[in-house]
Ligand binder design. Structure first.
Ligand code: AMP
Length: 414
């Protein structure tokens, strides 16, 4: 598929696409759009930055434009991601569209949402918790909604939304079209797709557990207390917008303050901020009013800011899959990006999990080699006995072996 015209879309959509300067479908769009237009359920895996929002938004809106009685629901894990989806939907609909929409997310006043809902929206985008609240109060009716999109499904499950999702499905007709997207495909996602999708077509772009090729990655082995100074020197060495990932909300605020004190323009983004503050931070970052965004994982998930040039993993993520999501913040839609990970000597287990996820074979080989180099008879009383048996590699002992880490700074491409 060379351009969007080949899909035979409603002229209003064609006009919006031209206005948005979308001329050629991205690979995930080329795969998913014709299947969805044909009415198939879809199980899609695509990294963020591949154009997956439009991959489901275009067929969804085409259905709404073709069937004046049709309605659709899009479920997404976070408010920010929901807002991005809503923005793309509005751009695709154009300024004069008669199709009404509602944006139903947690943390916003119910009254405003009730107004939107009473206007009989044909498209609802929202987070599972708040949608469920409205369903239980009878503010939303879904018995006639035949088009459902689940975006970043793995994240929704990670965030504990599975009960809410199951409840929402019960309010919807069984005969419907469901498009499910997920960055990773763990067992719980496959189970969910077996249960709620009907003969889904698989679409995927690249390997799921792969970080985009156009990201230059560096690893810096460093002690915890030297990280901040290293961050400052990295920021001096680089140009352009940077997102720094950090573990805690408190840490994010403190770091943004410290960076401002040290002469950088910086803001924090985390789940404790009020919604309008979060929106403002994101707006200012998009407009490049400040340079360094300090974010926690949940707050930053799925954010689409085209100009982020560097990702710095100040703290490694708690969940290895989040490493891939973080990398998806840079090098979007084919641009070049760079990523630096600070790995301290307390990070052995986490780093190993990330390596295994990115490249299972190499990580296993490396682990085997490390065993050869580092394995010593157990002298330390605290070390666990070798459960694998005599002469076999003892993974537990090895993961605790801090000798694998360099002191100070070492850069290595991986
Ligand atoms: P997404 O993966 O949906 O977050 O999209 C990543 C970025 O690619 C966003 O900035 C989109 O606006 C942009 N994008 C999506 N589809 C296209 C397309 N067909 N042509 C140009 N840009 C696109």
């Amino acid at each position: 598929m060379k351009n969007f015209e080949g899909f035979g879309l409603n002229p209003a959509l064609g006009k919006s696409l031209a206005h948005m300067k979308y001329t050629t479908p991205t690979p995930i769009q080329a795969q998913a759009i014709p299947l969805a237009l044909d009415g198939h359920d879809i199980m899609g895996t695509a990294q963020t930055g591949t154009g997956k929002t439009a991959a489901f938004a275009i067929p969804l809106l085409e259905k709404l434009l073709t069937d004046p009685r049709g309605s659709a629901l899009v479920l997404t894990p976070t408010r920010e991601l929901g807002k991005q989806i809503m923005d793309i939907m509005h751009q695709l609909l154009g300024p004069k569209s008669p199709i009404k929409t509602a944006f139903i997310i947690g943390g916003e006043p119910m009254g405003k949402q009730l107004n939107q809902l009473s206007a009989r929206p044909r498209l609802i985008v929202g987070t599972p918790g708040r949608i469920n609240d409205h369903l239980e109060r009878g503010n939303i009716m879904l018995h006639d909604t035949h088009f459902l999109v689940l975006d970043e499904t793995d994240r929704m499950l990670d965030m504990g939304f599975s009960v809410q999702l199951e409840k929402i499905f019960k309010f919807m007709p069984n005969k419907r079209q469901t498009l499910m997207f997920s960055a990773t495909l763990p067992k719980n996602i496959l189970k969910l797709s077996e249960k709620y999708l009907s003969n889904p077509k698989r679409v995927s772009v690249g390997e799921t557990n792969v970080v985009a090729q156009n990201i230059k990655q560096d690893v810096i082995r460093i002690e915890q207390d030297k990280k901040y100074n290293e961050l400052v020197s990295q920021l001096h060495e680089r140009n352009g917008s940077v997102i720094v990932f950090i573990k805690t909300k408190y840490g994010a605020d403190r770091m943004a303050n410290n960076l401002r004190r040290d002469g950088f323009t910086s803001e924090a983004l985390h789940g404790d901020l009020r919604q309008n503050k979060r929106d403002k931070v994101m707006q200012n970052f998009r407009k490049m009013n400040f340079r360094v965004l300090i974010a926690t994982d949940i707050a930053a998930r799925g954010l689409d800011v085209p100009h982020i040039e560097h990702v710095i993993n100040y703290d490694l993520p708690q969940v290895a899959e989040d490493f891939i999501h973080r990398m998806g913040r840079t090098a979007r839609a084919g641009a070049e990006g760079s990523a630096i990970s600070f790995v301290s000597n307390q990070d052995g287990r986490k780093w190993h999990a990330i390596e295994r996820l990115l490249n299972p074979k190499a990580a296993n080989d490396k682990a085997a080699n490390d065993e050869g180099v580092n394995f010593r008879p157990v002298r330390n009383k605290n070390r666990k006995p070798n459960r694998a048996g005599p002469g076999k590699p003892n993974n537990q002992a090895n993961l605790g072996n801090k000798k694998r880490f360099y002191r100070g700074k070492k850069k290595a491409a991986f």
